[in-house]
Design a protein around this ligand. Structure first.
Ligand code: SF4
Ligand code: SF4
Length: 594
């Protein structure tokens, strides 16, 4: 049977067919839908973890107990999971163990575009890279098999194009994995104290050397010889672009990008006159080909930054004289002529009022990763730093360490509920321990919103939508030793501003928790829409005060009203009735429909 699946759906299907017993992840674009699809298979125990390190540790436990398991994460998540990954490379596995990394060239929804192929080399583990949904499915099975055969975790890397684009997949049956899970003690292999680790390190080196030898005969690495003029080494989505642009070129398609199949590369290079490596981001393959003493063209033609689109590859190949230039004026982009649409918080977002208050208070805001990073955007413009998951609190501590005394009270860290539990909690421990007086605001909207409303330990539900114990954030912060912990309603602007001001002036670590759910939560009894607000056109003075919060439901209608200033208008289909704009109107022109 065939189905049209996205890469993420196919990865979940591949895990199912390969007899996988467990999957764990922290959501992150472009990887999120993988676990949202493994839940469809009751045979796979699927769970959200509070962060990627925990996710990898959970599935490593499954592997040590003999089951096949995988963890999924976006590229920067591997930074968080790197600690167990590097030592799992030494321990090896019992049941097959796979780490799926979904990279994001072009940073469609990420803070950097690190090339995670480097992790495979650094951690000394093999890495597979599928080029369509069929391979996503097939390579999951292959990854489990390689993991068990070579006693190693295996990384499977996708990029946004592969994760989210759909193509036809031939489905197969589930087959059970070779091992039956159970407790099996093997301390010399699984307890990595120095004496044991010293013995395992040479094993790792031998394993990678053997994999490199075997790679030349693996069907996943495919030599497609068409003519001797042009040879291209490539992988992933770029293979499809190369085939489309240069259907007659010879191609070495790498399904396993680490370790490189050195013999196959040598053979390919010897059969073509000009050799190119077409790869995104770092010259990962190119440098290894050069190290083999082979002349190759790569990054002198293809950019180091951003996604390699067919257009960018074509431009580079035109420069190289491999392709004819086309008339660019006849090529129209799909987005041509469309107005730009900057990202914005949703109408009724509970974060909006908090950033409005922070701006009014002239706070120095260390930000974090989530919807609330949009507090950076005008007109709110109330965020000064944002680095990575959980960084806001540690950064606030650091900033406050060195600035003049009178400025210290301005420092405020903002962080979401999910991000706080991911890695922000450690920052608060440090803040309490080292006596920082900065203020922390936890924006608790009861969900991991930015990635599409995934549950977390503070939401009260599991990935399987089963009720779970909900972490009590105020209690947790008090237990960590915060001197003051207060809960506010972020839709009450005066209260929010007053409490933030009081806590900024408090000479000890203080935490404010804003408690209102994300407007997109569909679960019954969580978010409830209020009465839609209206602007009274007669009394609206056109002062624009209501525009200062940047709610997308509020429009400005100058041309239609005919007067010089114009008037505000609330789109009744977008307004959620959160009431914030009403509190800003000094003319009493915003109110509920009677
Ligand atoms: S704040 Fe009130 S008076 Fe001013 S533009 Fe908005 S609705 Fe009109
Ligand atoms: S009440 Fe005002 S601020 Fe809230 S969603 Fe409606 S228009 Fe936007």
């Amino acid at each position: 049977m065939k189905e049209i699946l996205s890469g993420n759906e196919a990865i979940a299907r591949g895990a199912y067919e390969a007899g996988c017993l467990a999957a764990s992840a922290y959501p992150g674009t472009p990887s999120t839908e993988i676990l949202e699809n493994t839940v469809k298979y009751s045979e796979i125990n699927s769970s959200w973890a509070p962060n990627e390190k925990v996710a990898l540790e959970v599935v490593a436990g499954v592997s040590f107990a003999g089951g096949r398991a995988f963890a999924a994460m976006k590229h920067v998540g591997v930074n968080v999971a790197a600690d167990p990954l590097f030592t799992l490379s030494y321990t090896g596995v019992r049941g097959g163990l796979v780490l799926v990394t979904a990279d994001d060239p072009e940073m469609h929804s990420s803070q950097n575009e690190q090339d995670n192929r480097n992790y495979a080399k650094f951690a000394k583990v093999p890495m597979l890279e599928p080029s369509d949904s069929q391979e996503c499915k097939d390579f999951m099975r292959l990854a489990f098999e390689l993991s068990e055969k070579y006693d190693t975790p295996v990384m499977l890397r996708t990029t946004t194009r592969i994760s989210h684009s759909k193509s036809v997949v031939e489905l197969g049956e589930r087959s059970e994995a070779p091992l039956t899970p159970g407790l099996a003690r093997d301390a010399a292999k699984l307890v990595m104290l120095p004496g044991n680790a010293r013995i395992r390190h040479p094993f790792v080196e031998k394993r990678m050397a053997q994999l490199s030898l075997d790679a030349s005969n693996m069907p996943a690495n495919r030599l497609e010889f068409r003519n001797p003029e042009i040879g291209i080494i490539t992988s992933g989505a770029l293979y499809q672009y190369v085939r489309e642009l240069l259907p007659d070129a010879s191609v070495l398609k790498l399904g396993m990008v680490h370790p490189l199949p050195s013999e196959l590369v040598r053979e390919f290079a010897s059969r073509v006159n000009r050799l190119f490596v077409v790869e995104e981001l770092d010259p990962f393959i190119e440098e290894q080909v050069r190290a083999l003493g082979i002349k190759v063209t790569g990054k002198e033609l293809f950019p180091l930054c951003g996604e390699l689109t067919p257009g960018r590859i074509r431009s580079a190949l035109v420069v190289a004289g491999v392709m004819e230039a086309i008339d660019e004026t006849s090529a129209t982009g799909a987005s041509e002529g469309l107005p730009s649409r900057p990202p914005n918080m949703c109408p009724g977002c509970p974060h909006r009022g908090v950033f409005f208050a922070l701006k009014q208070l002239k706070a120095y805001v260390t930000g974090d990763i989530g919807c609330y990073t949009l507090g950076f955007m005008p007109p709110l413009s109330a965020m000064d730093t944002c680095i990575c998951m959980g960084a806001s609190i540690g950064m606030a501590t650091g900033v406050a360490k060195v600035i003049p005394e009178e400025e210290k009270k301005k420092v405020v860290a903002v962080i979401g509920d999910s991000t706080f539990l991911h890695t922000g909690i450690n920052g608060l421990m440090d803040m309490v321990y080292n006596g920082s007086t900065a203020t922390v605001i936890i924006l608790d909207n009861r969900i991991t919103a930015m990635t599409g409303r995934q549950d977390n330990p503070a939401s009260g539900f599991t990935l399987m939508n089963e009720p779970a114990k909900r972490i009590d954030l105020p209690l947790l912060c008090r237990a960590l030793g915060a001197g003051s912990v207060r809960v506010v309603n972020p839709f009450d602007l005066d209260e929010t501003k007053r409490v933030i001001k009081e806590e900024m002036n408090r000479p000890e670590t203080s935490v404010i928790i804003t408690e209102k759910p994300c407007v997109l939560i569909k679960r019954e009894g969580v978010f409830e829409k209020g009465d839609v607000l209206l602007v009274d056109e007669e009394s609206c003075a056109g002062c624009r005060a209501c525009l200062a919060i940047g709610c997308p439901a509020i429009e400005w209608r100058s041309a239609m009203s005919g007067d010089k200033k114009g008037k505000a208008f609330i789109d009744p289909f977008l307004c959620t009735g959160c009431d914030i704009c009403r509190q800003l109107c000094k003319f009493g022109s915003i109110g509920r429909k009677i």
